[in-house]
Design a protein around this ligand. Structure first.
Ligand SMILES: *[C@@H]1O[C@H](CO)[C@@H](O)[C@H](O)[C@H]1NC(C)=O
Ligand SMILES: *[C@@H]1O[C@H](CO)[C@@H](O)[C@H](O)[C@H]1NC(C)=O
Ligand SMILES: *[C@@H]1O[C@H](CO)[C@@H](O)[C@H](O)[C@H]1NC(C)=O
Ligand SMILES: *[C@@H]1O[C@H](CO)[C@@H](O)[C@H](O)[C@H]1NC(C)=O
Length: 120
């Protein structure tokens, strides 16, 4: 009986943890479009697989709201076009894209897109 109860509560614990960290679908799509649009020669984004974007490398979600609040891609050496779908990350407060090369105008476009975001 005790073992059953333990198993049950463990199971509920896992389910609720999952719910809290689950990623918001529009934000997952925005990150997937970004991923598809850039080139990632060092495969720094290889952990970007599956539905729960809160578990992807460099992505941090708010534990309360599930929104992506931080995108830390510092040192990832990404190249190419920044997909403007990133604007769907409406609760982003910190973005680190140091060491990436997004070509002409990308930096000012990113600053325009994320006026309230701390960018490094
Ligand atoms: C990210 O891009 C890589 C390489 O194109 C791809 O294999 C992977 O499935 C993409 N991930 C997502 C979540 O779209
Ligand atoms: C951004 O992503 C959308 C949806 O995947 C795609 O249609 C569009 O071409 C991408 N833009 C760039 C600049 O890659
Ligand atoms: C990425 O790859 C390039 C060339 O393969 C290498 O020079 C560079 O140090 C790598 N950057 C990181 C952060 O691993
Ligand atoms: C951004 O990322 C780089 C490389 O990982 C790191 O050195 C730097 O401290 C980061 N900046 C901030 C503000 O976290």
């Amino acid at each position: 009986m005790n073992a059953l109860l333990t198993a049950l509560s463990l199971c509920c614990l896992l389910v609720s943890t999952r719910e809290i960290s689950a990623c918001i679908a529009t934000e997952r799509d925005a990150l997937a479009a970004f991923n598809a649009s850039i080139s990632d020669p060092n495969r720094s984004l290889r952990s970007w697989q599956g539905e729960d974007c809160c578990n992807w490398g460099g992505v941090s979600c708010s534990k309360k709201t599930g929104h992506v609040v931080k995108l830390d891609l510092g040192g990832y050496s990404l190249k190419g076009e920044v997909n403007l779908s990133l604007a769907d990350l409406t609760r982003l407060v910190h973005l680190n894209m140091s060491h990436s090369d997004f070509g002409g105008g990308a930096h000012s476009r990113i600053h325009m897109l994320f006026q309230d975001v701390e960018i490094s």
